[in-house]
Design a protein around this ligand. Structure first.
Ligand code: NOJ
Length: 556
């Protein structure tokens, strides 16, 4: 079958600005990636996904693209990218680009042309609309941006507003214009012809807006989202991309899709008319928050398990899961769902819990060494438009500076954007000069070099775990069944495949708890494939499970 490689693959995400600085300017780049290709391969990775590498004014760190067919000078140039691509391919790794086509940057030449007036052919590449009200000074509708106040920005020269559902610097593309869709296909061809193997498609379910752009249900942020999330022509446009591009290329597509449940995902990823191979879901990432990361709550294990199991059951045999716990949009997972106190145990357990499920593992840079959330002492030290927008919102609701700082330190996605900690030298071996963003002060204890030397490190556990998955097809193709869904301490599930069974046992408790094997399992007959504690219990069927213990048994 074409392009089924992704089912057995492990994908490693690079957020280039913070991965590795190769030219000594404090910003991660492709020279740095080139130096680390062997390291990435050594993890058991089969594919690299690059967050945007394109030229960008960085109002949203690369997700505001000024030129889709070039590489940002911060990161290198096309020739260097080609070298990285070839280097990855030589090592048997594929490469995915981030395709961000819900919006461009205001600095993109299409947008600059669109500013020249209604008769300009690029004007209709975007949503330009007249204002409302007697004097025409009210925005065209009540939509709010997810990132920055209102979703409309006024332009005096044109006396019109443009739509941006993200930051002001990210005007939404009008995908209803066939010329825009041709541009998207041309971008895809450009990278595929160069040898790229597929795309991660940014907020792909936002690309079709409801005709007439009606007012939305009032919310504190993202008012109007019901009129563009899984909008009327979304599936149709994605079908067009898939058909026109896939017929010529063996190309893989994973779509990022906020506010999408497993049932919706099937419409996009299952059956003969599927338009994506996988979807990046958010349900399981909300076990310690309400709707967005910022509205934090205590971690709720049952909520997390319910979300994972729902996607596992619904997609089984019909579609495929993207298994992830971290990316550039979420704080570090040990700080969220694990324990900084039981850093090593919980780091290993979380990986086991996630990657032994059915789907393709995505590992985010630094996750493999258990990088943790950062703690900044002032909001000024943050860099992200979302952090600053939230600051305004929280202050509007009467929160103090000190309280918001605490919230930002816990919930900001910038926690995932600190430079990767390579060693204990100054700036964590990320750069020879002061990096663009603060290095987590724990780099002397948590870094790649130290963990390379330590057999028992989180890093070496990731390597082992990914190998176990690769060598035992049961973890790739097996059916999934959850046990003890009501437990507040354990996440236990079984996988079955070709007459074999496996049992994955994970404790989320920070103290020792009594564990009883599920009915029908005699753990003394199982082979312990991997565990995050050195010694296995002598009588495993009823035993004391230690804090954050994880064990995986195979029954032949
Ligand atoms: C999702 C990306 O992952 C995020 O980083 C970005 O800010 C938004 N889409 C807007 O492009």
């Amino acid at each position: 079958m074409k392009n089924e490689w992704y089912k057995e693959a492990v994908i490693y995400q690079i957020w280039p600005r913070s991965f590795k600085d190769g030219n000594g300017d404090g910003i991660g780049d492709l020279q740095g990636v080139l130096e680390k290709l062997d390291y990435i391969k050594s993890l058991g990775v089969d594919c690299i996904w690059f967050s945007p590498l394109y030229p960008s004014p960085n109002c949203d760190y690369g997700y505001d693209i000024a030129d889709y067919k070039d590489i940002s000078p911060d990161y290198g140039d096309l020739a260097l990218f080609k070298q990285v691509l070839d280097g990855a391919h030589e090592r048997g790794m594929k490469v995915l680009m981030d395709l961000v086509v819900n919006h461009t940057s205001t600095e993109h030449k299409w947008f600059q042309e669109s500013l020249k007036g209604k008769d300009n052919p690029y004007h209709d590449y975007y949503f330009w609309r007249k204002g409302k009200g007697k004097d025409g000074k009210k925005p065209p509708n009540n939509w709010l941006s997810t990132f920055e106040g209102g979703a409309w920005e006024y332009n005096k020269d044109l006396d019109e507003y443009y739509l941006h559902v993200f930051a002001k610097g990210q005007p939404d593309l009008n995908m209803d214009n066939p010329k825009v869709r041709e541009e998207v296909k041309s971008i895809m061809r450009f990278w595929l012809d160069m040898g790229v193997d597929g795309f991660r498609e940014d907020v792909i379910t936002f690309i079709s807006k409801k005709e007439g752009l009606p007012d939305g249900f009032p919310l504190p942020i993202a008012t109007g989202v019901e009129h563009y999330n899984k909008g009327p022509h979304c599936h149709e446009y994605l079908t067009e991309f898939r058909k026109d591009i896939m017929k010529d290329y063996d190309c893989f597509m994973v779509g990022e899709s906020p506010m999408t449940n497993s049932k919706d995902a099937l419409k996009y990823t299952a059956g003969d008319d599927k338009v994506l191979d996988m979807m990046i879901s958010f349900d399981h990432m909300q076990a310690d928050c309400f709707i967005t990361d910022t509205l934090c709550t205590p971690f709720n294990l049952k909520k997390m398990k319910k979300a994972f199991s729902d996607w596992q059951y619904k997609l089984n045999g019909r579609s495929w899961n993207a298994l992830y716990l971290e990316n550039h949009d979420h704080p570090r997972i040990i700080s969220r769902y694990g324990s900084e106190k039981f850093w090593k145990e919980s780091g290993k357990m979380l990986a086991t819990m996630c990657y032994m499920q059915c789907g393709t593992p995505f590992v985010y840079q630094g996750q493999e060494i258990g990088m943790l959330n950062n703690h900044l002492d002032s909001v000024d030290k943050f860099k992200d438009v979302v952090t600053f927008n939230n600051e305004k919102l929280f202050k509007k609701f009467g929160f103090s500076d000190a309280t918001y700082l605490k919230i930002a330190n816990r919930t900001s996605r910038e926690n995932a954007r600190t430079p990767v900690q390579w060693d204990k030298s100054k700036y964590a071996g990320f750069s020879s000069v002061e990096p663009w963003f603060s290095v987590n002060p724990n780099y002397k204890e948590i870094n790649v070099k130290q963990q390379e030397k330590d057999k028992d490190s989180i890093l070496n556990y990731y390597r082992k775990l990914l190998k176990v998955r690769k060598e035992n097809k049961i973890f790739i193709y097996g059916d999934y069944k959850e046990h003890f869904p009501e437990s507040n301490d354990f996440y236990v599930y079984e996988r079955t495949y070709e007459g074999k069974r496996a049992l994955v046992i994970c404790s989320f408790a920070d103290e020792t708890k009594t564990f009883r094997a599920p009915a029908g399992f005699d753990l003394t007959k199982g082979k312990l494939l991997i565990s995050n504690y050195k010694d296995a219990p002598a009588k495993p069927n009823i035993c004391a499970l230690r804090p954050y213990e994880a064990r995986v048994y195979l029954f032949a």
